[in-house]
Design a protein around this ligand. Structure first.
Ligand code: ATP
Ligand code: MG
Length: 447
């Protein structure tokens, strides 16, 4: 099997070989090339020691990004290529990092420390694929299998559990039975992994094409990362809008939205406020008043625990808060929401609402989609016509009010907001002259 190495990758291998070292492309880039996918980056493994790598690439800019682990990044045309010395890992006592890294002279040692067979292949144009653990066969049959004893491998480093799920979600691979058993047996070791690493894996897992399969099969693992979701697993919503348990609805909603980490995370958490807000009426039907607001509170706690950035937390919160807003095909209502959350979030919210409807039962489905479409049409016409819905697009600003003799900030704000409200409600045109006239009237009343 031949892999098309990019010129720069060939150059790296060439330079090391000219200096009488071995060098191979390794890991994800070999896996992705064999799958016919464009690798996101090219990593290399070599028997050269870090200082020798630096010597070989003295004509290039290099960065020592993990000398302790033997990794040197060579920068070619502004792009880093990571070259790592063959190594085998020492003992692991923190379930994540080897206590000691040992350099090796032997490629097989290096490949045997890697997580899964499909990630443990090396390639070099002269030798072709080097595959000691059956990675090519597992790739062909779409299997994720640990290199060596699965139980030990997850005990060494529990992040591998999430990596296995991430690859299953991204490529639609199944996880081999021993590996699967070891994942479940060692699931609680995930609690030893830093929140930052967990959330990087979680967001990637959520963005996989096969996320629904993984979230359903591995919900026990989801429950370790986000225990708050456990109550949704068998939760019957007792509502004609739903024909699935709450968790199945959530999973379906995640799958139905585009693979954007924030949108996928929003769908994962959007209904998390439902179980505690449920009220059952006299007909036995479930209602969930206030669940978006309660859900935002729970979600913020979860996202903070996962050390997600404030940008992510803020956006997910806005989307969850409004996910169940019953928007009417009414420009005034739409403009009020646009003023509150802005064009970008409004559009994202419409995607959230669409995915949510797709994951509900057929009950009133056509009506829901028709309404969604009407709201989208009105939104589009507001945007196309450049209609005013915020202070930014109002034809007068603070300076204009000051020029009318008002100096107190809060009064200026009050006048501008009242004018905006009148423009949104079509009581007055968004026309500078008319707005100034109205502003003068208001000032007279205030004085
Ligand atoms: P991606 O396409 O997401 O970059 P990748 O497999 O290349 O996937 P990296 O994190 O870039 O993932 O790791 C590069 C290689 O290093 C992997 O293919 C694997 O061989 C090895 N590796 C990474 N993380 C681990 C780990 N936790 N345990 C063992 N081997 C690992
Ligand atoms: Mg990689």
């Amino acid at each position: 099997m031949k892999i098309n190495l990019p010129e720069k990758a060939k150059k790296i291998i060439d330079i090391l070989e000219k200096n009488l070292f071995e060098c191979y492309a390794v890991g994800g880039c070999v896996r992705d090339s064999l799958l016919g996918l464009e690798p996101s980056d090219w990593d290399f493994t070599t028997n050269a020691r870090p200082h020798e790598i630096e010597e070989c690439f003295c004509d290039f800019k290099t960065l020592s990004i993990g000398k302790r682990y033997g990794t040197i990044a060579v920068i070619i045309d502004g792009k880093p290529y990571e070259i790592t010395t063959y190594r085998y890992d020492g003992e692991y006592t923190d379930f994540r990092h080897p206590d000691k890294v040992n350099f090796s002279k032997n490629l097989k040692d290096d490949l045997s420390r890697r997580d899964f067979t499909v990630n443990a292949m090396a390639y070099n144009p002269k030798e072709g694929i080097v595959d000691y653990f059956g990675g090519e066969k597992d790739l062909k049959y779409k299997v994720i299998r640990c290199v060596g004893d699965a139980d030990n491998r997850f005990k060494e480093d529990a992040l591998r559990i999430l990596r296995a799920l991430r690859f299953a979600s991204k490529y639609g691979f199944s996880i081999e039975l021993q590996t699967q058993k070891a994942i479940f047996d060692n699931k609680n070791l995930i609690n030893n992994i830093s929140a930052e690493r967990i959330s990087v894996e979680l967001l990637q897992l959520l963005c996989g094409n096969y996320v629904d399969v993984v979230l359903r099969m591995y919900k026990e693992i989801v429950a370790v990362i986000i225990p708050e979701l456990s109550v949704t697993f068998n939760f019957d919503q007792r509502s004609p809008h739903h024909n699935r348990t709450l968790y199945k609805h959530i999973v379906c909603a995640v799958k139905n939205i585009e693979a954007d980490p924030i949108l996928r995370l929003t769908m994962l958490l959007h209904d998390i406020g439902k179980p505690i807000t449920m009220k059952i009426d006299k007909n036995g039907r479930g209602h969930f008043y206030n669940h978006p607001k309660v859900g935002v509170g729970i979600s913020i706690r979860i996202m903070k625990r996962l050390c997600l950035s404030n940008t992510v937390i803020d956006e997910v919160s806005i989307l969850i808060f409004h996910h169940d807003d019953r928007l009417k095909p009414d420009k005034i209502m739409i403009k009020h929401l646009l003023n509150e959350i802005g064009l970008y979030e409004f559009k994202r919210l419409m995607k959230v609402q669409y995915a949510d409807i797709c994951a509900q039962s057929n009950y009133k489905r056509d009506e829901k989609f028709a309404l969604h479409k009407e709201v989208m049409n009105l939104y589009n016409s507001i945007v196309e016509n450049g209609e005013c819905f915020s202070l930014d697009s109002l034809e007068i600003n603070g300076k204009d009010i000051i020029s009318l003799g008002v100096s107190r900030g809060e009064i200026i704000g009050k006048i501008l907001n009242e004018l905006l409200e009148m423009v949104i409600c079509k009581q007055i045109e968004n026309d500078k002259e008319q707005l100034l006239y109205k502003a003068k009237e208001m000032i007279n009343v205030l004085e």
